[in-house]
Design a protein around this ligand. Structure first.
Ligand SMILES: Cc1ncc(C[n+]2csc(CCOP(=O)(O)OP(=O)(O)O)c2C)c(N)n1
Length: 658
């Protein structure tokens, strides 16, 4: 250890030493507890502590940090009471997730920490979003996020660096290069010599730092961070280090040559720093012993607090109530003044009025700024609301969705426009694993609306025609909206933006320009979970949503003798079961029409629910009508055969004869 350390005061040096010792001594205790069967899974960060401690120490406490599974030093350096950490690992109430997620999989706004989800990658995008929020508010704050070298092979790594580069976001990307993924050595993980070199490709500054030298980590990062605060930009840092234990305690280290352990043992960050402090006369043997004793006492005291803490009682109501952030729907009445506009104009108008209402609302999507979006929903927005709030994104669905989660954590609302609902597949992971589970896991909501131009009918083929609502309705934590009329589209979109929970908002492309209605000109909302009974009759209940509603209307217009209740569900999650029940009680026959192919769709679930809950009212089996079980073909005649529109009339007539 040379040169730069001179600039560090003795107080800082001793503080860093204490901060390094703490996670090491906690881990030593954990290893014993694991052997005793008192702790289950453990991902060791032994030998890598200088990175977690160093990064946390150069950050201000109000700057966010996003650690990974080996970064105990982040949590201890932010001074989280140890008993709370222990309770988290033991799944006890005093932890951070009410026993719902394990180990380091939690965040806490109190300490400005956002922990990882198991999926490697999305945390990098969350950091982008948090940093974007700071930048938009013109706060000189940086955000630090960790990744292992293995996870740099994930697409999310590339997307996150690219977005941060293009948007000049003050994110410190820390790669902990510890030589191995789970068991995969670096030579089988990437081809370049240093991962820091990848910074060149993204046009961002990068550095290589000896991650086992706390003084180097601290001094270099300190300077880099100051520079980033003054002049917001991303920096990529490769920390060279080594993983001294197995991936997790049960997985062993047989695949690692023994020489490597010997080589890196000498570079142990604590031994090295201890030697340095001793040589400099800053730390005596007695002081060291005293420090260790104090920390061990703290650990034992806190472990006892956790042990004495009562375990969690499973409570069904609490579990179900914590999936969504409670939201008290605020009703804004539709005014009497209206204008005849198309479905697409209603969406634009809702968005525009929401922009005026929520200063903290931003929209992100491909080509949505000057170009106005693929369907022109946001035409002119950039001139009205500015580039900060109307953001063209690079083509990277995954990290944009994760960034939206980060924006929400840092107090922004966002709408993400998928160019086509089909492309949500490349942003699927952060929707179903990050947005959907966040409130349940650690009580943090995800205030994000994902807009999904969807649906078939225009010969756009297998990748521009899907209606993939069933991918989302089956995931607890998401709300799913699917309007069929302009009035509903506007009111429900306004509600979606007000609701602090993640909402997947489907907009059928074929309705955009084909359906018009007198739409109230003022700002109004429509509550979720209320279906619309758009026709009343006595012979049969037709349930549908989206395009299906219009097909049903056409069919009824062609068959004026049929007296039907037509229910437009409007929201698929939550579902309005009561309207369905009442109608079935009256008509005793049900047909459900969906545009999606049959298996695993909304119709199947509704049918099951009706059989289970309304069986005594039924005079005939519930009928489902859906698209055929193929991908969506491009040619008109094939597409017409694929869609259920024509089959619906036939099936309806059969049902009425039952
Ligand atoms: C998307 C995803 N794929 C696979 C895994 C399983 N997994 C967990 S950790 C890990 C190795 C990670 O290696 P690295 O990024 O180098 O971090 P390290 O564990 O070495 O700190 C793997 C493959 C995962 N959690 N997420």
């Amino acid at each position: 250890m040379e040169v730069q350390e001179q600039i560090l005061s003795q107080d800082i040096l001793l503080d860093l030493y204490k901060k390094l010792l703490k996670p090491r001594l906690i881990e030593e205790k954990m290893l014993i507890l694991i052997r005793q069967g008192k702790v289950s899974k453990w991902f060791s960060g032994m030998g890598q502590e200088a990175i977690a401690v160093g990064v946390t120490s150069i950050l201000h406490n109000d700057e966010y940090i996003l650690p990974m599974h080996r970064n105990l030093g982040v949590f201890t350096s932010r001074n989280i009471p140890l008993s709370r950490l222990f309770s988290q690992w033991q799944g006890k109430p005093n932890g951070f997730t009410k026993g719902r997620d394990r180990s380091f999989h939690f965040g806490t706004q109190e300490f400005n920490i956002v922990g990882m989800i198991s999926h490697l990658g999305p945390q990098l995008g969350i950091a982008d979003g948090i940093a974007l929020a700071h930048k938009l508010r013109k706060e000189n704050k940086i955000t630090a996020v960790f990744t292992g070298e293995g996870a740099t092979s994930e697409g999310d790594f590339h997307e996150a660096l690219n977005v941060a580069a293009v948007w000049d976001l003050p994110v410190m990307f820390i790669i902990e290069n510890n030589g191995y993924g789970l068991s995969t050595p670096t030579r089988e993980q990437y081809k370049c010599e240093n991962l820091a070199d990848k910074g060149i490709g993204y046009g961002i500054e990068s550095h290589i730092i000896d991650g086992n030298n706390i003084v180097e980590v601290y001094t270099k990062l300190h300077e880099i961070a100051e520079n980033m605060r003054q002049n917001p930009h991303p920096v990529l840092i490769e920390m060279k280090t080594f993983r001294m234990r197995g991936h997790e305690e049960a997985s062993g280290t047989k695949y690692i040559p023994q020489e490597l352990f010997e080589e890196w043992k000498i570079k142990d960050p604590i031994t090295r720093f201890n030697n340095y402090l001793t040589e400099m006369g800053i730390l005596s043997e007695e002081q060291d012993a005293q420090l260790r004793k104090e920390i061990k006492e703290e650990i034992d005291t806190h472990w006892k607090i956790t042990q004495d803490e009562a375990g969690l009682e499973a409570n069904l109501e609490t579990e179900l109530n914590d999936v969504y952030k409670p939201y008290e729907y605020q009703h804004f009445e539709a005014g009497s003044e209206s204008k005849n506009i198309r479905f697409i104009d209603a969406i634009s108008e809702g968005l525009k009025q929401s922009f005026e209402r929520h200063e903290n609302l931003i929209i992100m999507g491909q080509d949505i700024a000057e170009y106005g979006g693929a369907f022109k929903v946001t035409e002119g927005f950039v001139y009205a609301f500015g580039k900060d709030r109307v953001r063209n994104t690079p083509i990277c669905e995954s990290i944009i969705v994760s960034s939206a989660a980060g924006l929400s954590i840092n107090k922004y609302k966002s709408v993400v426009e998928m160019q086509f609902a089909d492309f949500v597949s490349t942003g699927f992971n952060p929707i179903v694993n990050l947005l959907a589970k966040q409130h349940y896991r650690w009580g943090e909501h995800a205030d994000v609306v994902v807009r999904m131009p969807c649906g078939a009918g225009s010969g756009a083929g297998p990748f521009h025609s899907q209606t993939n609502e069933a991918w989302f309705t089956k995931t607890p934590g998401l709300k799913v909206v699917y309007p069929a009329f302009p009035v509903d589209a506007k009111g429900l979109l306004n509600t979606a933006i007000n609701d602090p929970n993640p909402v997947i908002f489907f907009e059928h492309k074929n309705l955009y320009r084909s359906k018009s209605q007198d739409v109230p000109t003022n700002y109004y909302t429509i509550p979720f979970g209320q279906a619309s009974l758009i026709k009343e009759g006595i012979d049969v209940t037709i349930i549908s949503y989206g395009s299906g509603v219009h097909w049903a209307l056409e069919t009824l217009a062609n068959n004026p003798s049929i007296s039907a209740d037509l229910i437009d569900l409007r929201t698929l999650q939550p579902l309005d079961y009561e309207t369905i029940r009442k109608s079935v009680q009256k008509t005793n026959r049900v047909i459900i029409l969906q545009e999606d192919s049959m298996f695993g769709g909304i119709a199947s679930d509704l049918s099951a629910w009706i059989m289970e809950n309304c069986f005594e009212y039924l005079d005939a089996p519930v009928k489902r009508v859906a698209s055929i079980e193929t991908p969506i073909p491009f040619m008109d005649n094939l597409e017409a055969q694929y869609l259920p529109k024509e089959r619906f009339e036939k099936e309806l007539l059969v049902l009425l004869q039952f």
